[in-house]
Design a protein. Structure first.
Length: 387
């Protein structure tokens, strides 16, 4: 097939920048990475990009295609070529470009190292001298975070990092959650204190671009939400972001609404409220806030209260509660209520049915399989392997 590519070329030594177009002949199964190999081998040996495994494992080949981060070795070109599209390929965002599609990963690794990405032992050794066994339910909390391959695609698209380069970022925070959620790690409180400081958990803008672009289903934003839930459950809630989250929970439980007008007085106190009156008046003049908060309770507030009661009774606090919520949302998103999986995937135009634990996976596991079927189930096994 004929594939057209426009590639942003850049040389940090000279500052030269140019958009070059290439037309190549590639096999139908070619990925973006295969196409770059063809460009380099047969058309322009000076093109610079990173690669290693060619199978979505090493995380080397992160780059942008048409403005969104992708793994080049995961991106098939057949449909794009058939449509006659010529995608624009460029280096990842939020990291300095060294040459063409190669970025300087040092800032990325500095944040990664700052998370202390290793188990800090101190857990009680089992008395019989055997291995430390962890329940499946506990491992489900960090199942997705453990899939990270450090490719940087999430960092490339992070809004918060764009405005605050010191923000720890989605990859580092997801890595932090991988250890906070591990029952063998003995530094949970220190970690949560560190991650809750400025540039940490609460500086995320919740844009969800990291979830959207992660090629491995890690869902870093969800990991950050779990860190927030863990921090609050441990009483680490000095940050304004934590205070806001707590007020919204309280507000939803008592009235069934998010009472935003009361957010500032309830969380920042009267002095701060007075200081922000000018801003509040501005909001009111644009119809964005009500002049006087009107006490109002939702008709179905009982449902919100029952939900809180249920969560309390089940004692699913912190990240455990979040995993349970993910599972419920996945069920709703996939129309899983009252229908079997087979029925859902037999619907006209349904997405391909994902593999389930025990069936193996040709394309990696999707978020439905991770969020929906793992809790309380056996660990995922490859097709045909014994338990
Ligand atoms: S959700 Fe948060 S961490 Fe993820 S990309 Fe947006 S700002 Fe960054
Ligand atoms: S969280 Fe996903 S996108 Fe981010 S570095 Fe890990 S694998 Fe890549
Ligand atoms: S080359 Fe290893 S992830 Fe693409």
């Amino acid at each position: 097939m004929q594939v057209g590519l426009k590639i942003w070329r850049y040389d940090s030594a000279t500052g030269e920048r140019a958009l070059r177009e290439y037309e190549i002949d590639a096999p139908e199964e070619a990925t973006l990475l295969d196409c770059l190999d063809i460009v380099k081998d047969r058309h322009d040996g000076s093109l610079a990009y990173r690669k290693s495994c060619r199978m979505m494992i090493c995380g080397s080949c992160g780059m942008r295609m048409d403005g969104a981060a992708v793994l080049a070795c995961k991106t098939r070109m057949y449909d794009i070529a058939q449509e006659g599209r010529v995608p624009v390929v460029s280096a990842m965002g939020n990291l300095p470009i060294v040459k063409d599609l190669v970025v300087d990963m040092d800032p990325f690794w500095d944040k990664f190292k700052a998370m202390k990405p290793y188990l800090q032992p101190g857990y009680e050794q089992p008395e019989d001298g055997r291995e430390y066994r962890i329940t499946q339910e506990r491992m489900n909390v960090i199942h997705k975070e453990a899939l990270c391959i450090n490719c940087g695609c999430c960092v490339s698209e992070c809004n918060a990092m764009e405005s605050d380069p010191e923000f720890l970022g989605p990859q580092a925070l997801a890595k932090g959650m991988r250890f906070v959620g591990d029952p063998r790690d003995a530094a949970t409180i220190e970690r949560l204190e560190q991650y809750s400081q400025e540039h940490g958990i609460w500086d995320c803008t919740r844009c969800y671009f990291c979830n959207e672009r992660c090629p491995k289903g890690v869902d870093p934003r969800d990991a950050i939400a779990k860190l927030g839930a863990e921090a609050i459950s441990q009483g680490i809630d000095r940050d304004m972001g934590a205070k806001h989250a707590k007020w919204f929970v309280r507000s939803a439980e008592t009235t069934g609404w998010l009472r935003e007008e009361e957010l500032i007085p309830k969380t920042q106190g009267i002095v701060s409220t007075v200081k922000q009156m000018k801003f509040a008046m501005n909001l009111m003049s644009h119809g964005k806030a009500r002049p006087v908060p009107v006490p109002h309770t939702a008709k179905d507030v009982g449902e919100a209260r029952n939900l809180h009661k249920l969560v309390r009774e089940q004692d699913k606090r912190g990240a455990l509660g979040h995993v349970q919520g993910e599972r419920a949302l996945a069920r709703l998103a996939h129309g899983h209520v009252g229908e079997s999986l087979e029925e859902i995937y037999a619907r006209p135009n349904a997405a391909p049915r994902p593999f389930l634990p025990g069936e193996g996976s040709a394309q990696g596991v999707g978020s439905l399989t991770q969020a929906d079927v793992t809790p309380g189930e056996e660990p995922t096994r490859g097709r045909g392997t014994e338990a």
